[in-house]
Design a protein around this ligand. Structure first.
Ligand SMILES: Cc1ncc(COP(=O)(O)O)c(C=O)c1O
Length: 527
């Protein structure tokens, strides 16, 4: 038997699915969908976890605002004593606009700030992530009478479990390479600056065992070379479980071990280091869920089924085999799948196959012959993580009951009066489906396979109909902050669920005017 995982906790769906079906329906009806809901109680649980974490000689809790920079969320954290990690001068400007004091902000940016002196005068701390930034920030510090600076170091290895979130090591441009510390000290001397903070962010979604090993090495190999360092910022990246086979960092156990390292370091060097943490995902990911509506259901034959069942006909591409939802006459699946279906039922319809309408019988044994695509009214514009990282989110279906879509479906069904109609608007059994977004991109796949993000994974959720709601959980971090306007979808609405379960709007859904506000059409409209 393998030893119990010391630094990991298993996935817990109760934490993610914090609203009741009734609340889901009420929110959807009041604010429309897609809509994101943030839960104060969940947020409090995670922020308390961080604020009460073990430490040896002091702990500064920062929040990495790139994960989610909503004004309400930031103010909530600021009121609980949080400091902030900004990744661009725009994020700094936004925080200052929200009323966050400059001295609670540390700027760790890939792109240098064009106004380092202005930032320093507002009290913002600058973290140099390259030698070029170090030189600029050191010069600005001297001009402003500041004597200390912070550097981000790339320690040479990463603790990420994923390539795309790996921001340390030789194939990553983040931070000053650890072998350039002599140059760092020479620049500091030239500008009469002390390097008082060492920052290392070892990657997002870190493996806790690896993370602890690397941090221990940084304490042995890097901190001793920087004699003025008093603050050791160990970054963020604590893994959280958003899907059934993922694990959650056991934060207090990990930080308990870090506390021992810091004490040992003190015993050896007589230097007491204050630890800084700056997680994003760990704090806010579980506190957000996205309510979307099922917009459509599209069925195609599975390619491997087509290949295996068709001997005499060539394999057509998916596009020639697609099921059209327009009318019964086009509701046929062409040659390959017809043969699949007919063979299963003991007939051979291959001669007339092109015109034969079929109604695939969907149950747990037959559904695997088809790709059942459930299209949502959200996608990679609201939630980039699946398309960008192959991320997997836990989802749940909430029946919409008598909502508009179902009513209109019923009316249509009567009018069209064909036996296929109900099949096209609902799936009567809990069968494996593929969830896709509404963007015109094949990559807008909301259920990618683990470790194979270009391919779809099926999920068996529940019986579902067009108009039902799909809750995508764990979207509080890197959801809205990565949102974009692809296909001109406006940014969604965001709500706050307070500890008494009251819902308030905290960001309005964008309008067409919001989308076009900054455009300048140099030609006169019209033809
Ligand atoms: C410098 C820095 N700090 C903190 C974070 C937050 O990481 P996470 O949201 O995984 O905790 C990031 C993420 O990219 C980062 O680059």
């Amino acid at each position: 038997m393998s030893p119990a995982p010391v630094y990991r906790k298993p996935f817990n769906k109760k934490r993610l699915l914090f609203i009741t079906p009734e609340e889901c329906r009420t929110i959807a009806k009041t604010y429309g969908t897609p809509v994101t809901v943030y839960d104060e109680k969940t947020l409090s649980r995670y922020t308390n976890d961080l604020l009460k974490a073990p430490h040896a000689y002091g702990l500064v809790a920062r929040y990495a605002v790139k994960a989610n920079i909503n004004a309400t969320l930031i103010t909530f954290l600021a009121q609980r004593g949080f400091y902030f990690d900004a990744s661009s001068h725009w994020e700094v400007a936004r925080l200052l606009r929200y009323g966050i004091p400059g001295n609670r902000i540390l700027l760790t940016a890939q792109e240098k700030t064009p106004t380092p002196e202005k930032m320093l005068r507002r009290g913002v701390e600058l973290n140099a992530t390259s030698l070029h930034q170090l030189q600029l920030y050191a010069a600005a510090s001297r001009t402003c009478g500041r004597t200390s600076l912070s550097i981000r170091v790339n320690p040479g290895s990463s603790s990420s479990v994923q390539y795309k979130t790996n921001v340390a090591g030789g194939d990553s441009s983040f931070g000053i390479w650890h072998e350039f510390l002599t140059t760092v000290l020479a620049v500091a001397k030239r500008y009469a600056i002390r390097i008082t903070r060492l920052h290392v962010h070892l990657s997002s979604n870190t493996d806790p065992d690896e993370w602890l090993k690397l941090i221990e090495q940084v304490l042995v190999k890097i901190v001793p070379q920087l004699p003025d360092v008093t603050h050791f910022n160990v970054g963020g990246g604590f893994a959280i479980a958003r899907y059934t086979d993922e694990y959650q960092t056991s934060l207090h156990t990990v930080l308990g071990q870090l506390k021992r390292y810091i004490r040992d370091f003190y015993k050896k060097t007589a230097r007491k280091l204050v630890i800084e943490l700056e997680p994003g995902a760990y704090l806010v990911a579980h506190a957000g869920l996205l309510i979307s509506t099922i917009d459509d259901i599209v069925i195609t034959p599975r390619e491997n089924q087509m290949n295996s069942s068709t001997k005499s006909t060539s394999t057509h591409s998916i596009s020639t085999n697609s099921v059209s939802t327009n009318s019964i006459s086009t509701n046929s699946i062409s040659t390959n799948s017809i043969s699949t279906n007919s063979m299963r039922h003991g007939h051979n319809h291959q001669k007339n196959a092109q015109h034969l309408p079929i109604k695939p019988h969907l149950d747990k044994t037959t559904a695997h012959n088809y790709n059942i695509f459930v299209k949502l009214n959200t996608g990679m514009n609201d939630l980039m993580r699946p398309a960008l990282y192959g991320a997997r989110h836990y989802m749940a279906i909430i029946k919409a009951r008598a909502n508009l879509n179902q009513q209109s479906a019923a009316v249509l069904q009567k009018a069209v009066s064909n036996e296929y109609f109900s099949y096209m608007t609902s799936i009567d059994a809990a069968v494996p489906v593929i969830l896709v977004g509404h963007c015109c991109e094949k990559g807008d796949l909301l259920t990618p396979q683990a470790n194979n993000p270009h391919c779809a994974e099926t999920r068996t959720l529940a019986k579902l109909s067009i108009g039902d709601y799909v809750i995508i959980t764990g979207v509080g971090a890197y959801g809205t902050s990565l949102a974009n306007h692809y296909n001109s979808f406006p940014f969604l609405a965001e709500c706050w669920r307070d500890s008494d379960r009251r819902i308030q709007l905290i960001r309005k859904r964008q309008t067409l005017a919001d989308l076009t506000r900054s455009e300048i059409n140099i030609f006169k409209p019209g033809y």
